[in-house]
Ligand binder design. Structure first.
Ligand SMILES: Nc1nc2c(ncn2[C@@H]2O[C@H](COP(=O)(O)OP(=O)(O)OP(=O)(O)O)[C@@H](O)[C@H]2O)c(=O)[nH]1
Ligand SMILES: [Mg+2]
Length: 356
């Protein structure tokens, strides 16, 4: 999962990047920030405790904070949107903090307005891509007629109609062959959208953050996930050692780090779950799209496992914890054998049986 931070200039994209990754970027480097963040998971920690000699491998999420050349005021968000076309999820950072020393494209801090304009720009950008593509297809078709071009044209027209109906391309119904046509295009509205409200220090407590996110949600597009944080405070928190951090968090009324909340929101926005593999060499969390079958899940571990898939031996995490150990799981027969079409559930501990 690769998450692209986007938004208007000076909304705190780089601060959010630092607050999530714990990295401090070099403001003078003029380069894009990229970091993979291990996903904290208490279930994985619990499993690891039973296999202390193994290696703990956490799932990872990659965050990208593009460096932008001085954007022109007329198209303030354009370059930012363009820079995140290759990512799989969009995190739209919205400025909720007042800071007279930091210029802003809007007259006042109005998060609803900023989101509405941003989303409108995303639709416009996808519409322009479709229109340009159609022009190109027509030129090519005049030179050499082909069924492929006819098919591609039909899909693009369908996308265009969909966009004009104010519906994001993530919600368009396409056959797999049609979907393949637009796969590589990087449409913005085809990506899951997470709205990151970057609020003032005075609103940094968990109670305030939850309230702000909940109040904002009805005004966000229905397909978006909303999360609130105070980037400035959170990036300072990550610089402290564990003890100071705990104290600082208590003072600020924070019960969880933005890092965790954003990761949770990323999983929610993309419908991602997690399964585990355990053993003496490695205890590992594997992110997976909800609804994936056992055979496909095996394929994320190794292509051979999908090709030669026989069965999956599955234990739910809760059953494992209740039983207390692998030996007890087996004694109580809490492990079950599932076939290739079994839909993997969040928290499944799986051992794949395969033969190639
Ligand atoms: N007071 C306050 N200032 C903030 C907060 N978040 C960011 N800032 C300040 O706003 C300025 C811009 O923050 P950045 O994180 O660089 O914003 P950006 O969106 O990456 O900016 P560009 O990449 O230049 O578009 C910096 O001076 C930050 O210190 C916040 O929560 N509160
Ligand atoms: Mg920046």
């Amino acid at each position: 999962m690769k998450i692209g931070l986007c938004g208007f200039p000076k909304v705190g994209k780089t601060s959010v990047f630092e607050a999530i990754t714990g990295l401090v970027s070099d403001a003078h480097a003029h380069s894009t920030n990229i970091a993979a963040v291990p996903v904290p998971d208490q279930r994985l920690d619990r499993l690891f405790a039973d296999f202390p000699k193994s290696r703990k491998v956490q799932a990872k999420i990659e965050y990208l904070d593009p460096y932008l050349h001085e954007p022109g005021p007329d198209d303030a968000i354009g370059p930012s949107l363009n820079a995140v076309k290759s990512t799989s999820v969009l995190a739209l950072v919205v400025r909720g903090f007042e800071n007279p020393n930091v210029p802003y494209v809007f007259q006042s801090i109005d998060m609803k307005h900023a989101v509405a304009v941003s989303v409108e720009r995303m639709f416009e950008a996808d519409t322009v891509v479709c229109e340009r593509r159609l022009e190109k297809i027509d030129v090519m078709y005049r030179k050499a007629k082909s069924d492929d071009l006819v098919r591609e044209r039909a899909v693009i027209v369908k996308c265009l109609d969909h966009l004009r109906g104010a519906s994001p391309l993530s919600q368009i119904e396409l056959h797999p062959e049609e979907r393949a046509v637009i796969q590589g295009i990087g449409f913005l509205t085809a990506k899951p959208l997470m709205i990151v409200l970057n609020v003032d220090e005075k609103d940094a407590s968990t109670e305030r953050l939850d309230k702000i996110a909940a109040e904002f949600t009805p005004f966000a597009p229905r397909y978006a996930t909303v999360v609130a944080l105070c980037a400035r405070l959170e990036r300072e928190l990550l610089e402290l050692d564990a003890q100071d951090r705990a104290m600082f968090m208590q003072d600020a009324g924070l019960t969880s780090l933005a890092q965790e909340r954003v990761i949770r929101a990323s999983y929610e926005a993309t419908g991602t779950i997690c399964f585990f593999t355990i053993g003496d060499d490695e205890v590992r969390a594997w992110p997976l799209r909800a609804g994936t079958t056992a055979a496909k899940a095996a394929g994320t571990v190794h292509t051979d496992m999908e090709r030669g898939f026989i069965r999956a031996e599955v234990i739910s995490f809760d059953d494992y914890v209740k039983a207390g150990s692998m030996r007890e799981v087996k004694a109580q027969k809490l492990n079950r054998l599932e076939g290739k079409d079994y839909v993997v559930a969040d928290g499944d501990i799986i051992e794949f049986r395969f033969h190639v």
